[in-house]
Design a protein around this ligand. Structure first.
Ligand code: MOS
Length: 756
């Protein structure tokens, strides 16, 4: 650990000496009133004169060719303006190589050819004056197919599958020799099913072509990436597209990259020179906008009798589509969570007739930790060792995948604090040995890890003559509290209260900002907000010193300070000074600005020789009623080590939501493809089960709140993804403790437990 560098960086709460800082306080969302009053506008809420509506026709086969498309009847129906399909669409482009070009959810352009690669693939679209007219006309379009048998086999070692190249992701020591030498061995295969993002707000686009430029209202986790992709695929200059996403009903990774419906709206708008609205109905949310693919993971762990690990070998497969190589990075956490001299993580992709997979909350780490943390529980049982103790025994402060020390790792403390809050000391290890009335209790534990990232960002911070401060950046708030965190940092720096702070996000025409993915935005953007605020305040002091009639005229700028929204002589209290807005008005200047910059993690000297990750532990309690085969998750205690927590309210909200999602992952969620048609047959909320309020256990969230100064002065790491990692294995481990049934394939169903 480069101590000297870290010591030089002060953990920041109120560096400026402002008296009313809300940084680190449980601050309610500044956008809350807009959402609760229905004032916040989501993508398809935008409405414009002359609006038209697009509706897709999607494939009813899972593999084959389109022989013909008969749209004669649709063309004659009332209100119909346009029917497009592969036979008549103007060509769209693929995204070219290079980071500037962006990443599309599905690399094949819309309607590119007559080949059907998955059920639900868009094959045609109708645009009409009303939504109902478009839907009615779309229903009359006759598509003839030459259908082949699709492959949606969930057996990923299927002998029919051509052998795909094995990819080595992490390697140290000799895993075969280590495993062979280990006196205690675990060798088991774990399966996680395809799961589908189901944000409250479905995907949607309103496209407005004005004859020269596109404005696209989107539900997007990355307005800048969306702009880049659309410019490439439509073949128009970047400056002729603006992408707007002010509010989102979440995305969970499903809205990181643009999907074909956005192209549908854009091309139709260009063709008709009218605004076009489209939304993706819930059933097509299961095919055309990504999902987390099925994974099959073989885990082999070798250990000494005392529990010390000798080897970890993880070999996994994940499904991907025919057109896109998506790797569900199941080895995200494996190489670094525990100390072991021998380790190997390998993977291969298996093609299926499914839509393109895409990242979903904690991509890779979440299914990967289901396997690893289930296997660790199996090992603890085989060793006759407490599973908390086994994890502590194999804790490490070095990232053994690269030899670097962790910047800030408190995994052991997560285990200890969680055990304390959960009451783990009262656990009796024998299966079924704990009772609560007629119910059997099961207690399980699992660990979590997620990389901590920071990219580069820019912001503009402006002090305005109405007494407000404004920060802007082309990143977006996906519903997690980004607006609020940024406002807290502005408040901390300037001392201006939250009700006079504006945060402007979700517009690609602003100074560029990051995609909201990988839990990077907070750590990436807040240093740029702080920098912008400092520069704006500095410019304000210069203005105060140079404005005729100002009480500070002619004073050295270095003798002035900006505190609690006041310009004052540094050695005198803020209250003796002048408000910045009065000085702006005196100078007849509407605003002074600061352009904030933040550097990516790799460019920070203090981060160069450390490994940055967040950690966490979940303890789960299940109740098992053997008489009626009823399983419930009754309690979850989560302890999260994610650096400094800037807003404990928004932060806890992320972890609570993730725990609820984890209950769904453990016990409810799976997308089922019908084998003959590749139709995801449970593509609706009646059949695809997500956790509801009735499924929610009591959830107790604790943050360790150690600033990680390698991340910068604020010491904050992301907290979006880590919450889901580890929840499902904690529940599966608790289920074993209650029932003696080891479920290695999610979700855990009643049928699995009937053998108990
Ligand atoms: Mo997250 S899966 O990067 O939205």
């Amino acid at each position: 650990m480069p101590e000297a560098i870290l010591d030089a960086i002060q953990p920041s709460s109120s560096q400026s000496g402002n008296t009313s800082s809300v940084l680190g306080k449980p601050t309610p969302r500044i956008d809350g009133p807009l959402k609760t009053t229905g004032t916040a506008q989501y993508a398809v809420d935008y409405h414009f004169h002359g609006m038209t509506y697009a509706w897709p026709v999607s494939s009813t086969i899972g593999s084959g060719k389109i022989v013909s498309i008969d749209s004669a009847q649709a063309q004659k129906m009332p209100g119909v303006l346009l029917v497009l399909h592969h036979g008549n669409i103007a060509s769209l482009y693929r995204v070219g190589p290079g980071s500037f070009s962006g990443r599309a959810g599905e690399s094949r352009p819309l309607f590119a050819d007559d080949v059907v690669r998955y059920y639900g693939q868009y094959v045609a679209m109708v645009v009409a004056e009303t939504l109902e007219q478009a839907q009615a006309a779309a229903a009359t379009i006759q598509v003839q197919y030459q259908a082949d048998k699709p492959n949606v086999s969930t057996e990923l070692n299927d002998p029919q599958t051509p052998e795909l190249p094995l990819h080595t992701e992490s390697k140290r020591g000799d895993v075969e020799a280590g495993f062979a030498s280990a006196p205690v061995q675990i060798d088991a295969t774990y399966v996680t099913p395809t799961v589908t993002h189901n944000p409250m707000e479905m995907h949607g686009t309103v496209a407005v072509w004005d004859g020269a430029r596109f404005t696209l209202y989107e539900s997007s986790q990355g307005v800048v990436n969306h702009l880049n992709v659309m410019a490439e695929m439509l073949g128009v200059p970047r400056e002729n597209i603006q992408v707007i996403c002010r509010f989102m009903g979440s995305g969970f990774g499903g809205k990181l990259f643009p999907w074909p419906h956005s192209l549908m709206a854009a091309i139709a708008s260009r063709e008709l020179v009218r605004p076009v609205k489209i939304y993706v109905p819930r059933d097509l949310m299961f095919t055309a906008v990504g999902h987390r693919p099925e994974t099959q993971q073989r885990i082999r762990i070798g250990a000494q009798h005392d529990g010390k690990l000798v080897s970890i070998h993880q070999d996994y497969r994940n499904q991907t589509s025919l057109g896109d190589d998506f790797r569900e990075n199941c080895g995200e956490a494996t190489p670094l969570l525990y100390s072991t001299p021998n380790l190997l993580v390998t993977s291969a992709l298996v093609r299926r007739n499914i839509g393109a997979p895409t990242p979903m909350r904690g991509p890779g780490a979440v299914p990967g930790l289901f396997a690893l943390e289930s296997a660790m529980d199996e090992l603890a049982i085989k060793l006759g060792m407490d599973p908390v103790e086994l994890r502590i025994k194999n804790d490490t402060l070095t990232d053994e995948s690269n030899g670097k020390p962790f910047s800030s790792r408190h995994y052991k403390e997560c285990l200890q604090v969680g055990a304390e809050h959960f009451g783990w000391a009262k656990r009796t290890p024998a299966v079924g040995s704990m009772k609560q009335g007629d119910l059997v209790l099961g207690w399980g534990v699992a660990g979590a890890s997620w990389g901590a990232f920071r990219g580069g960002a820019q912001t503009v911070v402006s002090l305005l003559d109405d007494g407000s401060v404004r920060a802007s950046c082309a990143t977006q708030d996906v519903g997690t509290g980004t607006y609020t965190i940024f406002a807290q940092v502005l408040n901390d720096k300037t001392g201006i209260p939250l009700n006079r702070i504006q945060v402007i996000l979700g517009d690609s025409s602003l100074i560029p900002g990051p995609t909201s993915g990988g839990s990077v935005v907070t750590a990436t953007v807040i240093p740029a907000i702080a920098d912008g605020a400092e520069k704006a305040m500095q410019t304000m002091l210069e203005l105060a010193a140079n404005t005729p009639g100002s009480p500070f005229q002619g004073k050295p700028v270095s003798s002035l300070a900006f505190t609690d929204g006041m310009v004052h002589i540094k050695t005198q209290p803020a209250s003796s000074g002048q408000s910045f807005q009065s000085l702006l008005r005196l100078a007849n200047v509407e605003a002074v600005h600061g352009e904030g910059q933040s550097a990516p993690l790799y460019a920070l000297p203090q981060a160069r020789n450390v490994s940055t990750h967040s950690f966490g532990v979940h303890f789960a309690e299940v109740t098992w009623d053997a008489g009626i085969a009823r399983l419930r998750v009754s309690r979850i205690v989560s302890v999260i080590d994610a650096g400094r927590i800037l807003n404990p309210k928004a932060g806890a909200n992320q972890i609570l939501g993730a725990a609820v999602m984890g209950v769904g992952m453990a016990m409810l969620e799976q997308t089922i493809y019908e084998p003959n048609t590749a139709h995801p047959i449970n593509n609706n909320f009646a059949d695809y089960l997500v956790s509801t309020a009735a499924d929610c256990p009591k959830i107790d969230v604790h943050f360790l709140d150690y600033p990680d100064l390698a991340m910068g002065e604020y010491g904050a790491r992301g907290i979006g993804e880590i919450g889901l990692a580890g929840v499902a294995p904690a529940i599966a481990n608790a289920v074993y403790h209650a029932t003696g049934v080891r479920v290695r394939k999610l979700p855990i169903t009643i049928e699995d437990l009937l053998q108990a």
